[in-house]
Ligand binder design. Structure first.
Ligand code: PGA
Length: 256
């Protein structure tokens, strides 16, 4: 991998009918005038992947999906394999988002299998980890993050096929964010753990995103924290103007 470039990814979650593609079109036009410093990715619902892929042809905006099944095919009604997502135009897939861990009881072992499915299909796996409010209050944040990382990260994870998203569960969709010092401590710890698990070089090159209530108003502050290599943005990625304002945090500070 060349010099590490930050990544800002938008997770649309279960939002977006066909009409929402107008936001993607607007983003594409805006970024064509004003090329962004970071890499940009949009993760719409699977129903929009093919249309989004067509719309983004020739642009530098990357396309990701939000979840995949561990297996390539089979009797799993309603599920989508990583191969299907790749076939629909995705180049990446989010796995282990806290909403999947909570709503669908996904364990670290399941997340690990999904990340391996992503590799098998040639997709980058964006692996999400992060503590709940209760775990934070109990002072176990780093312990939780270590356990999730150890369990969710496949042995053949590399900087080229994995992105880690540190998302404190209590910060997702709440408007609350950790302090810069807390973000720095968590990311530094994750970098160290990645070094232990994958070796120093991979750890240095692997991107660790912060996620949880990233907004235009706090993006510059959060994205300037050491060891924060970008953001995973939920709510504020749905409107092109908000998402663009978050990306501009990089150009405003004039460096990546
Ligand atoms: P949020 O979501 O930006 O709406 O807090 C982030 C995420 O869940 O990835």
């Amino acid at each position: 991998m060349a010099a590490k470039r930050p990544l800002v990814a938008g997770n649309w979650k279960m939002n977006g009918l066909g009409a929402a593609l107008s936001e993607l079109r607007a983003l594409r036009e805006r970024l064509a005038q004003d090329p962004p410093v970071p890499e940009i990715m949009v993760c719409p619902p699977a129903t929009l992947l093919t249309r989004a892929h067509d719309l983004l042809a020739g642009s530098t905006i990357l396309l990701g999906a939000q979840d995949c099944h561990p297996l390539p095919a089979g009797p799993h009604t309603g599920d989508l394999s990583a191969e299907m997502l790749a076939d629909s135009g995705a180049g990446a897939v989010i796995v282990g988002h806290s909403e999947r861990r909570q709503d669908h009881g996904e364990t670290d072992a399941v997340v690990n299998a999904k990340a391996r499915a992503a590799f098998r299909a040639g997709l980058t796996a964006i692996i999400c980890i992060g503590e709940t409010e209760q775990e934070r209050r109990a002072g176990t944040t780093l312990e939780i993050v270590r356990r999730q990382l150890e369990g969710s990260l496949p042995q053949d994870a590399r900087a080229a096929n994995v992105v880690i998203a540190y998302e404190p569960v209590w910060a997702i969709g709440t408007g609350l964010t950790p302090t810069q010092a807390d973000v720095a401590a968590a990311h530094r710890f994750i970098r160290g753990e990645l070094g232990r698990l994958l070796g120093k070089e991979e750890s240095r090159d692997l991107r660790i995103l912060y996620g949880g209530s990233v907004k235009p108003a706090n993006a510059a502050e959060l994205l300037s924290v050491p060891d924060v290599d970008g953001a995973l943005v939920g709510g504020a990625s749905l409107k092109a103007s908000d998402f663009f304002a978050i990306l501009s945090a990089y150009s405003r500070r004039g460096a990546g």
